[in-house]
Ligand binder design. Structure first.
Ligand code: ADP
Ligand code: MG
Length: 663
């Protein structure tokens, strides 16, 4: 393939950005547009961003200051308004600006001093049709104007070679503009209407492909039938439910019923059980495992970490104490001899339930009759997951559990065939967590720790990083020192790079209350349950997504007593955390999180299991998803229509491509 640019350095950068072809270049849209249309100069308000056309009417002067270099000159606009202009750190302007020449000046207006704080200045007038300039996300070492040039070249190169996958009928129906025009307009818009028109096409096309893919995978899934089926009903589990150390909440009962009914269907269950941290998902999964045992099948419960798997195992031993159910724990770190034994016991059907991590589904693990798979704290539930499981030959019902709430309408649209059960209520008194924002210098921090310790409570301190960093973010190492000096013998540190047994020792000490303050990375986000912890201090809070912060604070106040979450930040964007101080509603917070991060900010979205989209925003473009979903149905109902062959072929290709990647 031809190199994209002549510079090997830039080519490497492009490849690192995932760009290998001219198509990749033009498919990557600007993140935003900067508007350079001229400002109406009447009634400018203070701090307003302005773009002015006018002439420099005094020689630029370098003003001596102690701080940054300051240039000033006088500017007379076309509308005959006069402003003083200052520029910081652009001393070359002293040489380049010429008196009586026409310039376009971009800056902010200072009302009190009738002054413009200049940001940029361009020679001449900006033509109206070029006043919207695309802004691309680039590594700092890639000059923006060079990238813009590359985009132009690629658009030129692909002239006449860009086709839409949207069938003609729908292009017409929605009056979508030609795709090539759409791509040109997104990169070189003459006005906002063009951007809007262009995006309508690109977003619709993306949504249609996505919906088709979903529905075709669903057809595949539907054809997976259970090997055998023993009907069970919720009432059969009644003696077991009565034997539990507590009474189920109404939600838990309802959801358990939904799950068991689903397990009775002839097609395989594919269900998400969602519920905020502490709503009691585990016991529901145990009831499902019990029902599965009653129908004579084996069950597997997979957790994301060793610690959580152990916690579930200990729990299961207690809960199933008075039954004949045989349970084993299988971890990566389990000794080879024990592993071998467990695997044998699974194959010959001696074991009823196995709890563990990924090792439950490695190639050399087989089951005599696996009927139910439960995946806890599942953040990623792609439509393809069932295919992945089925391709292992496991025709089992699948239940995924997640504390990341996904708004229902959204989930239905995005994960077409996923059924959802939700636990809304908490078994205990609802958690009572007071959340406040402080700066890292605030004495409220030690104050909160003192208060917790005085009441014999425990404290989490969370940092975004493990080691000292250059960019000034807080690390566990650094915070460990800070707290250990102030509270000797009370503090321990926990992070993902530590050895397994070291981690376990520390967790155990925290569970048992020997350690009062646990300084940790986000690893505690998942599933750890220490009821006595009622205070959490999260450093560099803006570094985490809102949904993650909400998950994190779900670790405290688990016995319903009043607890305190301190969000520590010195970031000017602290405002975006405000919703956490006001709301406990995980759904609302998740929505706001997705909105703030947008479809491009990968990690947050990935974590909540929602696929990345290039053009679509899953919150704001909800309506497009809905429309595309109906259209996809329509297309599949008429799949012999030769106008649809192209797009269906393409989707088939996408699906098989993903299967290959998964294998
Ligand atoms: P999560 O939904 O976060 O996984 P867990 O299943 O860990 O929540 O449950 C949180 C705590 O609540 C556990 O200690 C569990 O034993 C307890 N619990 C669950 N259901 C009930 C109930 N109905 N009544 C009282 N306590 C319950
Ligand atoms: Mg849990």
């Amino acid at each position: 393939m031809d190199k994209l640019t002549k510079s090997p350095r830039l080519n490497t950068l492009l490849n690192q950005m995932g760009i290998f072809s001219p198509y990749d270049v033009i498919n990557r849209l600007p993140r935003k547009y900067e508007d350079f249309s001229y400002t109406r100069e009447r009634n400018l308000s203070d701090k307003e961003r302005v773009v002015l056309l006018g002439k420099v009417i005094s020689l630029p002067k370098l003003v001596p200051t102690k701080g940054p270099k300051l240039i000033t000159f006088d500017f007379l606009t076309r509308e005959r308004n006069y402003f003083k202009v200052i520029f910081f750190n652009q001393s070359y302007l002293e040489k380049t600006l010429k008196i009586d020449e026409t310039y376009s000046l971009v800056g902010t207006f200072n009302l009190k001093r009738n002054e413009i704080n200049g940001q940029r200045i361009y020679k001449g007038e900006i033509p109206k049709e070029e006043s919207l300039k695309p802004v691309y996300v680039l590594p700092s070492s890639y000059p923006h104007h060079l990238y813009s040039g590359l985009v132009k070249r690629c658009l030129k190169k692909l002239e006449g070679k860009i086709f839409s996958l949207v069938p003609y009928f729908y292009l017409n129906k929605y009056r979508l503009i030609n795709k090539e025009v759409a791509l040109n307009w997104t990169h070189q818009p003459r006005d906002k209407k063009e951007i809007h028109q262009a995006l309508r096409h690109l977003k619709y096309e993306e949504a249609l492909l996505f919906s088709l893919k979903n529905q075709m995978i669903r057809e595949d899934n539907k054809s997976l039938k259970k090997v055998k089926k023993e009907p069970i009903d919720f009432e059969m589990s009644a003696p077991f439910v009565d034997s539990l150390p507590f009474k189920l909440t109404e939600d838990q009962k309802q959801v358990s019923r939904e799950i068991i009914e689903d397990m009775n269907q002839s097609s395989l269950m594919y269900r998400l059980l969602q519920g905020d941290v502490g709503t009691g998902k585990t016991i529901v999964s145990f009831i499902a495992l019990y029902a599965n045992y009653l129908r004579g099948d084996q069950g597997a419960l997979m957790a994301p970490t060793d610690a959580l798997a152990r916690q579930h195992y200990a729990n299961a031993l207690k809960i199933f104490k008075n039954t004949k159910i045989k349970i084993a724990l299988l971890l990566g770190s389990t000794s080879p001899a024990t592993k071998k034994q467990i695997k044998e016991d699974l194959i010959d059907g001696y074991l009823d339930i196995v709890i563990g991590t990924h090792s439950l589904f490695t190639k050399d693990t087989s089951y005599s009759s696996l009927g139910l798979v439960i995946i806890d704290e599942q953040h990623r539930f792609g439509v393809n997951q069932r295919i992945a499981l089925a391709s292992k030959g496991d025709h089992a019902d699948l239940l995924m559990m997640s504390a990341t709430p996904i708004p229902r309408s959204l989930a239905l649209t995005i994960f077409g065939d996923l059924d959802i059960s939700t636990l809304y209520s908490f078994p205990h008194k609802k958690r009572d967590v007071v959340t406040r924002i402080f700066s890292s210098e605030s004495d409220k921090i030690f104050g909160a720790v003192d208060y917790a310790l005085k009441n014999d409570k425990q404290v989490y301190v969370i940092a975004p990083l493990i080691d000292f960093s250059e960019d000034g973010r807080f690390s566990t190492e650094q915070l460990y020192e800070k707290f250990a000096v102030k509270y000797p013998n009370k503090v321990a540190m926990l992070h993902g790079k530590m050895k397994q047994d070291e981690k376990e020792e520390i967790l155990k000490n925290f569970y048992e209350g020997n350690v009062k303050i646990l300084v940790s990375t986000q690893v505690v986000e998942v599933g750890i349950d220490v009821k006595n912890a009622n205070t959490m201090i999260i450093y560099d809070a803006t570094h985490f997504g809102l949904a993650s912060l909400h998950q994190l604070r779900g670790r405290i106040g688990r016995d319903g007593s009043k607890s305190y979450c301190l969000l520590i930040t010195d970031d000017e964007n602290a405002k975006k955390l405000n919703i956490l101080t006001k709301s406990e509603d995980g759904f609302k917070i998740a929505e706001e999180d997705m909105r703030q991060r947008g479809p491009g900010e990968l990690s947050g979205i990935r974590q909540s299991g929602i696929p990345d989209f290039s053009y679509l925003n899953i919150i704001d473009d909800y309506k497009i998803f809905v429309v595309a979903r109906e259209d996809a149905k329509e297309i599949l109902n008429n799949r012999d229509n030769k106008n649809y062959q192209w797009i269906i072929k393409r989707v088939n290709y996408l699906i098989s491509d993903e299967k290959v990647k998964k294998a």
